[in-house]
Design a protein around this ligand. Structure first.
Ligand code: 9MR
Ligand code: 9MR
Length: 555
């Protein structure tokens, strides 16, 4: 019988959701030289169902804690369990279940519905998180930086819909780019799954997959960010300064349309080119329009190859000063690769291939300012349908993908919590959890390319990391797990302290730079996380971080 008084021991780190029946299952035990044996208690049957030995101390954590590995892969029957160190303590409960990720996968996409601008959220879909309409964005003012012959500064402009970027309410094309690209790729990779997936959103009754309906909310906004006259795309739609931590309908400061940029325009071109083929059978008219928009954007970017978004320089020249998110990328070669890849796949037009033939094929993990592999993943996905693609060039891509994925796997063997993210301390920066999720996407593509299940196992170990087997013992996704973020830097959540935080959002995660100046309890890289709403550097949510997490859990 389990000792009733056995206390919860937070030094037992494991995935707080749980596991598939037939996957590898491990816990990491910190600083317990005293323990040797472990037991698994079945909460349903009320009996111990497995016993095992802890493996000898292996790698230490960044904070020099010793680690022991407990492997309970042998446990494969569906059920609810706790992990027990006899006489010492027990873990949070976890489950084994063939659909273990089903609910969190849906929630990670439903999160986008909660981020919708320009619409009231109905209780039927939003439940207790129903809220009034915020940010109609039909009275946006042209900022002087965005002025052109046909658009005078101070004029009014309409640009509704879209998703709020993150904990803030602004809308940024660059970050929308990687977000939508990742979600469209998720659809392209698993179309039959998404034809059936119901997210309970206002469009759920229509004949279109819910994921595509949700993405369209943001595509509609993105389209409005293109100047119809020349094809250039504005960088962002924003207040001059960040709003206070208030509800959307109370955040009513003036919104501005700010400068065009090459990065925004190329990201837009990539997304619209991909959307054109993904929506072809669902929204034929839009599909045609998306491609036209993409080609026009590409043309503008050819004529304006280096219009970087430089916020400080713009503020020297124009008023009012803009101090919200900059997404100011300084290298836009990768954006060009992404746009050319998507345009090439959709049109088979040789001129786009010419942009790629000499391009950098090295592996770079996707992030908002590094997007070449969003294009390369797409090329690999479509290679069989594009006869124009030289086999050798594609073979190089595949080699680079698999070798980067193998490097990730080595990280799983050599690190304290058995996750690739720990191999390089520089990964523990702003949005580190999205680095982990993108590493897992790489492993999933490697699995697809090679059929070697070791890569799939690697991707699952990254989920273990995100959901509790990590340096802080948090499951970093709101509402999923036992110890989860309760105070994210998320205006929608802070404005409603009476409610639990909106579910299905992955927080940024450990960030050793701690730019927000909040009082962290540790300065070690993998422990630089604090569950306080002040912590925008470790505890904010963001659309570009949810996308790879959604990819991973839905895949
Ligand atoms: O809320 C803002 C968040 O979305 C940004 O990621 C972050 C960094 O740009 O800034 C947050 O806003 C803070 C501002 O920068 C400084 N004053 C306090 C604001 C709210 O915490
Ligand atoms: O994700 C962005 C991160 O890479 C940057 O270091 C950081 C500071 O510029 O900004 C992050 O993006 C924020 C954006 O600027 C404003 N909305 C919230 C985003 C997430 O914190």
């Amino acid at each position: 019988m389990i000792d009733e008084n056995l206390r919860l021991d937070e030094s037992i780190r494991l995935n707080q959701l749980g596991f598939y029946p037939n996957q590898k299952k491990q816990a990491v035990i910190l600083n317990h030289e005293d323990a040797n044996e472990f037991l698994i208690w079945d909460l349903g049957k009320k009996e111990f169902v497995l016993e095992g030995q802890l493996a000898e101390a292996a790698t230490k954590t960044f904070s020099r804690k010793t680690t022991r590995i407990a492997d309970f892969t042998a446990l494969s029957e569906a059920g609810d369990y706790v992990f027990v160190l006899p006489g010492i303590g027990k873990s949070y409960s976890f489950s084994i279940c063939p659909t273990i990720y089903q609910e969190v996968a849906k929630a990670s996409l439903k999160a986008y519905y909660f981020q919708r601008a320009s619409v009231a959220l109905d209780e039927k879909y939003a439940g207790i998180w129903a809220r009034p309409l915020g940010h109609p964005d039909d009275q946006v003012i042209i900022h002087p930086s965005a002025e052109s012959n046909t658009r005078k500064h101070g004029a009014v402009f309409s640009s509704p819909k879209g998703w709020y970027d993150a904990g803030d309410y602004n809308k940024y094309v660059v970050n929308s780019g990687i977000t939508v690209g990742t979600l469209l790729s998720l659809f392209e990779d698993y179309p039959s799954y998404f034809k059936k997936l119901n997210l309970n959103i206002p469009e759920s009754e229509d004949q279109i997959p819910d994921l595509l309906d949700e993405i369209k909310w943001n595509l509609d906004w993105m389209l409005s960010m293109q100047d119809q006259v020349d094809g250039g795309v504005y960088h962002k739609l924003t207040t001059a300064k960040f709003e206070g931590m208030v509800a959307p309908h109370k955040a009513v400061s003036q919104r501005y349309l700010v400068a065009k940029s090459t990065s925004a325009t190329l990201d837009f071109a990539a997304v619209m080119a991909q959307a054109s083929r993904v929506y072809r059978s669902f929204f034929p008219e839009e599909s045609v329009m998306y491609l036209k928009a993409a080609e026009k954007a590409w043309g503008w970017a050819k004529d304006n190859p280096d219009m970087l978004y430089q916020q400080t320089a713009l503020n020297d020249e124009f008023d009012p000063d803009i101090s919200t998110g900059a997404y100011g990328d300084v290298n836009i070669q990768d954006e060009r690769i992404w746009a050319a890849s998507e345009l090439f796949i959709t049109t088979h037009n040789r001129s786009y291939w010419e942009e790629l033939v000499d391009a950098d094929q090295k592996f770079h993990l996707p992030s908002w300012n590094q997007v070449s592999w969003l294009g390369y993943y797409s090329l690999l996905r479509h290679q069989e349908h594009i006869s124009l693609l030289p086999q050798e060039w594609m073979a190089t891509l595949k080699i680079n993908l698999l070798s980067a994925a193998r490097t990730q796997l080595e990280g799983i063997e050599s690190t304290a919590f058995r996750s690739p993210i720990e191999t390089d301390v520089s990964n523990f920066k702003w949005g580190s959890n999205a680095i982990a999720a993108n590493q897992a996407i790489l492993l999933l593509y490697a699995y697809k390319q090679s059929s070697d299940p070791i890569f799939l196992e690697g991707a699952l170990s990254t989920l273990d990391y995100i959901l509790g087997k990590n340096g802080t013992g948090y499951s970093y996704v709101t509402g999923f797990g036992s110890k989860t973020p309760l105070h994210p830097h998320h205006r929608l959540a802070v404005a409603r302290p009476d409610l639990p935080p909106l579910p299905g959002f992955i927080v940024g995660g450990p960030n050793s730079a701690q730019q927000d100046g909040c009082s962290y309890s540790s300065s070690f890289p993998d422990e630089s996380y604090i569950d306080e709403s002040c912590s925008y550097a470790s505890n904010e949510i963001a659309i570009n971080w949810n996308a790879p997490f959604a990819y991973l859990t839905n895949a």
